[in-house]
Design a protein around this ligand. Sequence first.
Ligand SMILES: Cc1cc2nc3c(=O)[nH]c(=O)nc-3n(C[C@H](O)[C@H](O)[C@H](O)COP(=O)(O)OP(=O)(O)OC[C@H]3O[C@@H](n4cnc5c(N)ncnc54)[C@H](O)[C@@H]3O)c2cc1C
Length: 418
Amino acid sequence: MGDEDQKILVVGGGISGITAAVEAAETGANVVIVERNPYLGGRVAQLNQYFPKLCPPTCGLEINFRRIKNNPKISFFTQAEVLSLSGKPGDYSVAIQVNPRYVNDNCTACGKCAEVCETTVPNQINYGMDSVKAAYLPHQMAYPFKYVIDSKIIGTDEAVKCAQACPYNAIDLEMKPETLNIQVGAIVWATGWDPYEAEKIDYLGFGRLPNVLTSVMFERLAAINGPTGGKMVRPSDGKEVKSVAFVQCAGSRDENHLAYCSGVCCLASLKQSTYIRERVPDSKAFIYYIDIRAMGKYEDFYTKVQQDKNLSLIKSKIARITEDKESGGLLVEGEDISAGSKVSQVVDLVVLAVGMRPGTSKIRPDLEMNYDDFGFVTGSGDSGIIPAGCVKAPMEVAASLQDATAAALKAIQVAVRR
Ligand SMILES: Cc1cc2nc3c(=O)[nH]c(=O)nc-3n(C[C@H](O)[C@H](O)[C@H](O)COP(=O)(O)OP(=O)(O)OC[C@H]3O[C@@H](n4cnc5c(N)ncnc54)[C@H](O)[C@@H]3O)c2cc1C
């Protein structure tokens, strides 16, 4: 493909979208990525470590960011979404709305704007577990490495103060939403997943009990750049966490919530048990599961983590989580199915392994794509809109990469066949 060839649009700049983009661009295609967040990387950027190797997420992301930086055939827009899309394979017209960041490319991330800013907003990267200044860097490894001015302070004196504090003239308070119209030959739809809303599972106490977290929040609690700087402490009182109960299938495989298995949650909890066990050597971890799903190559990871004498794996469906008044901890109750006895365990922290829902679960874009009952994209027939990654099904990073690479090939085929 040469420069004159049609573009491929990638919607969603998570690991799947980024992979599809770099794979397509490295064959010579022109690629545009549209990402809703102010940074690329999606949910992977919010992980503390990846299973099975337990390396930090920056491992995989950094390499891809470099591939993007070095490839003039890729352009990307953050804080952007598709407004409208029409056409046919080989010839789509797309309108993209790019929302203002109020910060231009002069930004060196020096942080002078944040120093004078007093207003705070919930910290999105940490799932709202803490707050950040309304002039903020999305996270320490963010790409692009540029601040954002939250729209909450636009039009106020504080925003002007931030702009005046910037030594590089990088804050532009006059920025407005822009609409870009582009022609593309094919589209990769990689809008990913959201965690299931744990507050809907009333008996597990999320939202009522401060020491009940979701698995995605626990990733942030363990992260060095997370709300506690990686310290394992209880949100209620800052006490060091000595025991954690991981509750599997929190809402999953349950007709009242998510009827399906998300496939990665058991592996995620096994991984997360190592976070607490390594940080707090005299800690105990309990995993309450229906059955552990660690297929294929992940069996070895399961076997290795299981060796830890201070990790207990208990076949159980947890029925109730309440406050233990005496210790300030949480009482986890259910049934130990293997032993035929009751589970009654007091722990400092509970982590709910919530399932993955597609980004298209609530709003299904009216495009040439088919959806199942849960909103996952099941296929797109002969259309030039090719789904990739977790918008199709829950999957881990390795599977997302494979799927995205396949999607890139299909997109190239559609674009050259036009
Ligand atoms: C608790 C937990 C821990 C996990 N840990 C691991 C692990 O250790 N190892 C592993 O291999 N896997 C792990 N996973 C799975 C991993 O998170 C996924 O495989 C990965 O996030 C899939 O990437 P994706 O790009 O498909 O989706 P996402 O990461 O969700 O990326 C989608 C992107 O699309 C953007 N987007 C959404 N809608 C729009 C829109 N309309 N317009 C523009 N952009 C949009 C989003 O902002 C996001 O950036 C874990 C999952 C969970 C639940």
